[in-house]
Design a protein around this ligand. Structure first.
Ligand code: IFM
Length: 469
């Protein structure tokens, strides 16, 4: 019997900037990430994404991989600067043609495209007016979304407007650790709000071209108090407001949560009416056909004094009992079940798609040429079990996209962290299917969780993988 519903979307995810390379091809404009990567020390190892996985040229190979892994869905993103090199105005048809070829090739193979519009690589030109901190960027994004949907809307059934607005707000505009490298709390607040407003405006623009479902992807982090001390409980609630509810509540129709609004007002020393204007919340609400959930870990929270580098009265502390990935991320699959049940409870009727979940493990090919990433196998199994448990309790989960199909450019961390089901040799561009991918392919084929049989010769696990194995 199948553990997952018929029609459950099994897939893998990537993004344009992290995989494509070919910056100077087909009229692509510059993006804020090239500007950021040019700053000395911005990217670990000093690399950039100008080649990455070379997927702009090797995309047929990537699609063949999806097919051979039995995957029924592919989440990828469009590069805004390939479609509108200056952010607004002139449209580069070659960029649209490229993505149209990918969509058509996926559909020909029965693979459902799940298309993200903003996976962080905003055109540089838009920084002249402040990027996401500027309200006029909302209109620019709606224009881009309209253009993309006009070309692809008849064929793409799932659209994601924004990927992880909290990360853009926090790392891009508050801490300056991601592009565009701004460190300004007020700019961060504005950026987060404009990303949500842009979701609303983009959705309105796209509706005339598509009957596909439109949503935004939030990286949700369950916040757990470090102790039963009421101050820690309050810290966990505050952090939940900052990371999760600040985005969930307006998107799903309830407006910004007043407790977090008060935290922002105190931290900024002013009210938010200049940024969050009358009527804005109703331009964000009611425009999500589904919620895209990116899940990696939880946050254990402790009360902490406000200070120059701590605008809110809480801090993250380590969970000593948790297992960790190679990057130190705490592995807590049971939190995924709880999260999905909470979303089901708080926002009934909203379909949930897991659009990212994965782990950094540095395994590389061994003497036999294979990548035996047994820890990723275990990670994948535990998280799929968590999804299955949530489904069994009624959570409307419609799909699971593993992050990532390929090892790729992990932003400010460069190429060291490897998230892929498929290993990429960055010197040659060659792809090597990892054991975890073979295991995932077996699960997908079976439609339920299967055990990984270490003893079985790997070549027999997925018969069709020969060409890539
Ligand atoms: O690689 C990123 C992705 O671009 C956005 N979500 C988190 C992933 C892993 O850090």
């Amino acid at each position: 019997m199948s553990d997952f519903s018929d029609g459950f979307l099994w897939g893998a995810a990537t993004s344009a900037y992290q995989t494509e390379g070919s910056f100077d091809v087909d009229g692509r404009g510059r993006s804020v990430w090239e500007d950021f990567a040019d700053r000395p020390g911005a990217i670990e190892g000093g690399g950039d994404a100008s080649v990455a996985c070379d997927s702009y040229r090797r995309w047929p190979e990537d699609i063949a991989l999806l097919e051979q892994l039995n995957l029924g869905a592919y989440r990828f993103s469009l590069a805004w600067s390939r479609i509108m090199p200056e952010g607004t105005g002139a449209v580069e048809q070659r960029g649209l043609d490229h993505y149209e070829r990918i969509v058509d090739a996926l559909l020909e193979r029965g693979i459902t495209p799940v298309v993200t519009l903003n996976h962080w690589d905003m055109p540089s030109a838009l920084m002249a007016c402040g990027g996401w901190a500027a309200r006029r960027t909302v209109d620019a994004f709606a224009e881009y979304a309209d253009t993309a949907a006009e070309r692809l809307g008849d064929r793409v059934p799932w659209w994601i407007t924004q990927n992880e607005p909290w990360i853009i707000q926090l790392l891009g505009y508050q801490l300056g650790l991601h592009a565009p490298g701004v460190r300004d709390l007020g700019a961060a607040l504005a950026a987060g709000h404009h990303l949500l407003l842009a979701h609303g405006a983009a959705t309105d623009a796209m509706r005339t071209h598509t009957t596909g479902r439109i949503g935004a992807a939030l990286n949700l982090l369950p916040c757990i108090p470090a102790s039963s001390d009421p101050a820690d409980v309050e810290a966990a609630r505050g952090s939940d407001g900052y990371v999760n509810r600040w985005f969930l509540e307006p998107l799903l129709g309830r407006g910004y949560p007043p407790d977090m609004r008060a935290h922002w007002e105190r931290a900024l020393g002013r009210n938010l009416d200049e940024v969050i204007r009358d009527g804005d919340e109703s331009r964000i609400a009611g425009r999500s056909d589904f919620l895209a959930v990116n899940y990696y870990t939880h946050r254990v929270m402790q009360a902490a004094p406000i200070g120059p580098d701590r605008p809110f009265p809480w801090q993250v502390v380590a969970d000593p009992s948790a297992a960790r990935t190679d990057e130190g991320t705490e592995i807590v699959p049971e939190s995924l079940t709880e999260l999905l049940l909470r979303l089901h409870h708080d926002y009934p009727g909203v379909p949930l798609m897991i659009t990212e979940n994965g782990a950094i493990y540095g395994d590389s090919p061994t003497h036999d040429g294979r990548v035996h990433d047994v820890r990723r196998i275990r990670y994948l199994r535990m998280h799929l079990q968590a999804v299955r448990d949530a489904l069994a309790q009624g959570a409307p989960v419609v799909g699971y996209m593993h992050w990532s199909l390929l090892d790729n450019f992990e932003w400010a961390l460069g190429y060291r962290p490897r998230f892929g089901l498929v290993y990429v040799d960055y010197r040659t561009g060659d792809r090597i299917v990892k054991d975890s991918a073979r295991y995932y392919a077996e699960i997908v084929r079976a439609g339920h969780l299967v055990e990984w049989d270490h003893k079985r010769p790997i070549g027999q696990v997925v018969d069709s993988l020969g060409a890539f194995g």
